[in-house]
Ligand binder design. Structure first.
Ligand code: ATP
Ligand code: MG
Length: 147
């Protein structure tokens, strides 16, 4: 069965352009529930750990510089089939190839400064959610105690 949660990061470029509100609006319009959220600056260790799979790529150092250059919003989003649904809504990694109406098409500045992150598998969503949020910081829509 497909998972019900994904992790997003609103990246520093989008935060500095005051796109937090418009991006969260798109997320809500798309039917996602926000079950955890925090505004803070990633340190180099967190950013390096998060993007460890890209450590050998030529863009890695620049990506870590960018991701630690200003505050980010990290959030857990819930919906049926969350990973696939959210990646469809954010669009292609390269904003010039993203579909009209997608978050990256609307808010990205470049391939690197591409507005948001979205988990790429249910397995990675679990790992990424656990990386940023403890159980007591989560308010799941699927938990009747909360809503
Ligand atoms: P993300 O993991 O941030 O959701 P993605 O899964 O669409 O993005 P990845 O291949 O995982 O894309 O790349 C991670 C991030 O690294 C991209 O979102 C982008 O910020 C940056 N990146 C990827 N490829 C390039 C590139 N060729 N040049 C510059 N930056 C890149
Ligand atoms: Mg990725």
């Amino acid at each position: 069965m497909a998972g019900t949660k994904t992790l997003t990061i609103i990246k520093p470029g989008a935060v500095s352009h005051e796109y937090i509100g418009p991006i969260l609006n798109k997320i809500n319009e798309a039917g996602f529930h926000i079950s955890a959220m925090r505004l803070f600056m990633l340190n180099r260790q967190q950013a390096g750990n998060f993007y460890q799979v890209h450590a050998e790529k030529p863009f890695y150092n620049s990506l870590i510089e960018f991701m630690t250059s200003g505050p980010v919003v990290v959030a857990i989003l819930e919906k049926e089939n969350a990973v696939i649904e959210y990646r469809r809504r954010i669009g292609h990694t390269d904003p010039s190839k993203a579909e009209p109406g997608t978050i990256r098409k609307m808010f990205a500045e470049s391939m690197e400064r591409n507005a948001v992150h979205g988990s790429d598998s249910d397995e990675n969503a679990e790992i990424e959610c656990d990386f940023f949020f403890s159980k007591s910081e989560r308010f799941s829509i699927f938990d009747k105690h909360h809503f």
